[in-house]
Ligand binder design. Sequence first.
Ligand code: FAD
Ligand code: SIN
Length: 495
Amino acid sequence: MSACPNPTPAPLIPGQPRVIIVGTGLAGLAAATQLSKQNVPVTLLDRAAKPGGNSIKASSGINGAPTRFQSQSAPDSEKEFYEDTVRSAGHPFKQSEAGEEEMREKLIKTVTGKSKGAVEWLSDEIGVDLSKVAQLGGHSRARTHRGDGGKPPGAAIVGALLEGLKGSPFVEVRTSSRVTRVLKEAREVTGVEYVTNVEGGDGGDEKTQTLQGPVVFASGGFAGDVRGMVSKYRPDLAGFPSTNEAREGSQPLLVDIGAKLVDMDHIQVHPTGFLDTKDASATVKFLAAEALRGEGGILLLDNGKRFVNELETREHVTDIVTKTATQMGTDLRQWDVTLLLDEGAASALDSHMQFYLWKGLIRKTTMGDLGQSTINAVQEYADIVAGKKEDPYGRTAFGNWTLSSVQPDSVAYVGKVTPVLHFTMGGVLFNDESQVLDSEGEAIPGLWAAGEVTGGLHGQNRLGGSSLLECVVFGRIAGNQAAAFYQQHYLAGKA
Ligand code: FAD
Ligand code: SIN
């Protein structure tokens, strides 16, 4: 690597190498925080006009086990979280090639083993309230952490990390700047080429620029790239709406320099995106947070009947919805499903509910208004919650549901929901040190990746709450690794 004239870590100097982070979502911000703490100069580039990526939209929370916020009467463990994750990862985990199974196991061990520390880091060092815990689909325990009121978890976490970086002479954020090429000398990554003034910017002309230094890729997934990467890897998903903005995936930039992709056909369809009846043909939907079901909410068909364990994995719930519910007569592939909450479940998610009610995605009504079939289904569910009968679908956790005797004037909160493309499990192959691997399984020097851009960790289904977690765990690892690399390769011997 070329010699660097500044001998010790110094604030950003124009034209001098620095660590480059592609993406200002949670993975990028977690990496930047580690770098800034070690006084390593860092530039974050983001093609969007505002920082935060999909991370800022996160609505249910971040997983951690065991933490002090969880129920102490039925303690959770790292082992149970690991087992739930392996179960959810399914066949790619069990049937991977020799060597790959060990790699997948290490990734899951790392993310579950460091989950307690990730939640503690955010709450104790960064100052984010994560004191409320819900049980999401596919988890055997309530372990998804969010704040008690206030901002939804994604906005709270991203906001706090950005605030912490603000004012650091070692950190700069350049938005409206799309990375178009990764630069390499021999095998080592040495910088990026990027175009300024994309997606808004200051309205000036687009310009191509370069930055020198090691690179952390935190550019997110491709669930919004419906016409591009989604149709390439999963043409059968054409026509589904998405929770992600319609932007192309950035994984090909890494393939161009030799990175291997894994699990690209594993694309998560979340069972509950809001179907806004005022704009049913919208291709980008607001998500109906899984915590709505975690806190007690149920799903009903257009005949008013329940039909699934709402807390099964996303893969399972989506599968049952598409097989059982009535398909709507819209251009998009959408199904007629109602999400229903009682007052207890709704009160546990008060700030979310305010937003959904304000947006007209959920309305407050009475059971009487919803008809006898719904009253019967809700009464049966209330009896299951009260322990009077077993759930025929196997649900055993009911969050904050409180309604026991359903009356015509009992309050109900309802909204229409439909499956939506949400998350891409596939991405660049990486290891438990966040190094990006090539097709020989060798780490590419000077390059790390974290967050949704990576693949191999979640297998065929990601558990709710585990993406924010992977961003924190692998983002911090990538930041530390890049800091050490920068100090050794760009500073050592220059004092
Ligand atoms: P992102 O946060 O998406 O950030 C990537 C950034 O990279 C973006 O800002 C993008 O503009 C930028 N970028 C991409 N390519 C380039 C390029 N070439 N040049 C420059 N910049 C580029 N997960 C959970 O664990 N819990 C939740 O509660 C939760 N809720 C969610 C709710 C919604 C509505 C959505 C959409 C997702 C949710 N997820 C949740 C998933 C989770 O938010 C994301 O998977 C995760 O935040 C991804 O973080 P990231 O840092 O990898 O990428
Ligand atoms: C949600 O709130 O349902 C999204 C959670 C996630 O994607 O992990």
